[in-house]
Design a protein around this ligand. Structure first.
Ligand code: SF4
Ligand SMILES: [Zn+2]
Length: 315
């Protein structure tokens, strides 16, 4: 195997490091949940998330594990509306809904355009619909879908990092200019966007991870997004586990996530959220992990800096 990570990290290598996919049913979403989110108007409201089952994303980003719950081939026309209908029957009433499809909503091989109308009619009673997309898949299709929707459409885009070298190594097949252009296109057409930003991608030290997450938040707001979500990077997709073993990746520390959330909220440039899923992965201190998780949730909801957790693990 080549020792130079520059040559190592490409589609072929990333895919070769994967384990098996999970078994999924094209007639059912692979998950759904309801979580509280602070809305743009400052209210804390329940937001549903449906994790749609569909064809795997054509990109192969180094840190991504979303391929695990995807199909190899496109799902049939009608399957996505069926999945949404089924999930909405299970879910309590909510005003806001995220449709996350492990890729790009505007990838026609994932979500057939022939389904847009059927999807839109199922969503007519919501206030906000949030979908995700690779920035390079932002085009007129977004406007077509938006024009069919009664609720407001928001689009979440992966910026990941503005570190030019690391962004290239992430194999995202995107530049920061692509991101800026996509946000500008959406803003011009009155569609709000939000950014996913990674905390400590591979090949960065803890302090570099913090610094580049801060710069990425600055860039995203400057480009015109309304909201940023910070995702602490984890292993688990094969490629990342390999880099971790080699010493080229270490998961960030929960203290850094707190710092970044404080920084983002302090900018007062828009909403900033920390991803709080499975935070035990990012802490070595059993004593305060629950309090730190609560603190991050509190800051997500209040968009204010909460009291610091007092623990001997504070450096
Ligand atoms: S574009 Fe998103 S879903 Fe596709 S591989 Fe990259 S991170 Fe994963
Ligand atoms: Zn502690």
């Amino acid at each position: 195997m080549n020792e130079d990570p520059d040559l190592l990290i490409n589609d072929q290598w990333i895919v070769s490091m994967r384990g098996n996919k999970n078994t999924v049913d094209p007639q059912r979403p692979y998950g759904w949940l309801v979580e509280k989110e602070r809305t743009i108007s400052g209210k804390i409201e329940d937001t549903g998330i449906i994790f749609l089952t569909n064809r795997e994303c054509p990109f192969h980003c180094l840190m991504c594990d979303l391929w695990k719950n995807t199909t190899d081939e496109s799902v049939a026309v009608g399957s996505i509306p069926k999945q949404i209908e089924w999930a909405l029957e299970q879910m309590p009433d909510v005003k806001h809904l995220k449709l996350y499809n492990s890729g790009s909503f505007f990838d026609s091989r994932a979500i057939p355009e022939d389904d847009y109308k059927g999807i839109a009619s199922l969503l007519k009673d919501f206030e906000t619909i949030i979908v995700e997309s690779h920035p390079r898949m932002i085009n007129k299709k977004c406007l077509n879908f938006r024009d069919m929707l009664k609720p407001e459409l928001n689009i979440a885009l992966g910026l990941e990092t503005v570190h030019p070298d690391i962004l290239r190594k992430l194999n995202k097949q995107m530049t920061v200019d692509d991101f800026r252009n996509s946000v500008s296109f959406l803003t011009k057409h009155n569609i709000r966007s939000r950014a996913f930003i990674l905390l400590r991608p591979p090949m960065l030290s803890e302090s570099e991870g913090i610094r580049w997450a801060e710069r990425s938040i600055d860039f995203a707001f400057d480009a015109g997004v309304e909201c940023c979500t910070i995702i602490p990077v984890r292993a688990g997709n094969g490629a990342m586990d390999f880099l971790m073993e080699k010493g080229d990746f270490n998961p960030p520390d929960i203290h850094s996530l707190e710092k970044i959330l404080e920084y983002g909220i302090g900018l007062r440039a828009g909403r900033v959220f920390a991803d709080v899923w499975d935070l035990a992965l990012f802490s070595n201190c059993k004593k305060c992990i629950d309090q730190r998780t609560d603190r991050l949730i509190e800051m997500n909801l209040s968009q204010k800096i909460a009291a610091v957790v007092d623990c001997e693990c504070n450096k």
